[in-house]
Design a protein around this ligand. Structure first.
Ligand SMILES: *[C@@H]1O[C@H](CO)[C@@H](O)[C@H](O)[C@H]1NC(C)=O
Length: 126
């Protein structure tokens, strides 16, 4: 997070009914999303999965993270599309192959969306 220049992204553990979700990275660039739900979202990422430089916030004074008014699961995309592009994202956590952040809740972990096929291409400890 500390080395974020504009907008950085990384995997999040225990989210979306899965062990983890993560940005898919090729040649150091985000090319897609490993997620169990609406992978077609522009930024299919949980709000625990990114950081934004203060300079980017200050340069985009009209950008808002809406608490209400976004469709379900679209809060992050609605915000991030105002300030960056997928091509610009900076992958962290060893090209998004490590889970260093968890979406914890005070309830039993839900893995109902864990895939039985189309498994991820990397093996990640959560
Ligand atoms: C991420 O991938 C790029 C391109 O393959 C590589 O140059 C870079 O060293 C990798 N970064 C890390 C932290 O492994």
């Amino acid at each position: 997070m500390r080395t974020t220049r504009k907008v950085a992204v990384w995997p999040v553990g225990l989210v979306g009914g899965r062990r983890y979700e993560r940005p898919l990275v090729e040649n150091g660039k985000v090319v897609g999303w490993y997620t169990g739900w609406r992978a077609d979202r522009p930024f299919a990422i949980d709000m625990a999965g990114f950081a934004v430089s203060l300079q980017v916030i200050l340069s985009n004074p009209k950008a808002v993270f809406r608490r209400r008014g976004s469709q379900p699961g679209m809060q992050e995309s609605d915000f991030l599309r105002q300030i960056t592009t997928v091509e610009e994202l900076e992958p962290k956590a060893n090209n998004c192959t490590q889970v260093l952040v968890w979406h914890t809740r005070t309830e039993k972990v839900n893995l109902a969306n864990e895939p039985k096929y189309h498994l991820d291409t990397v093996n990640i400890e959560v």
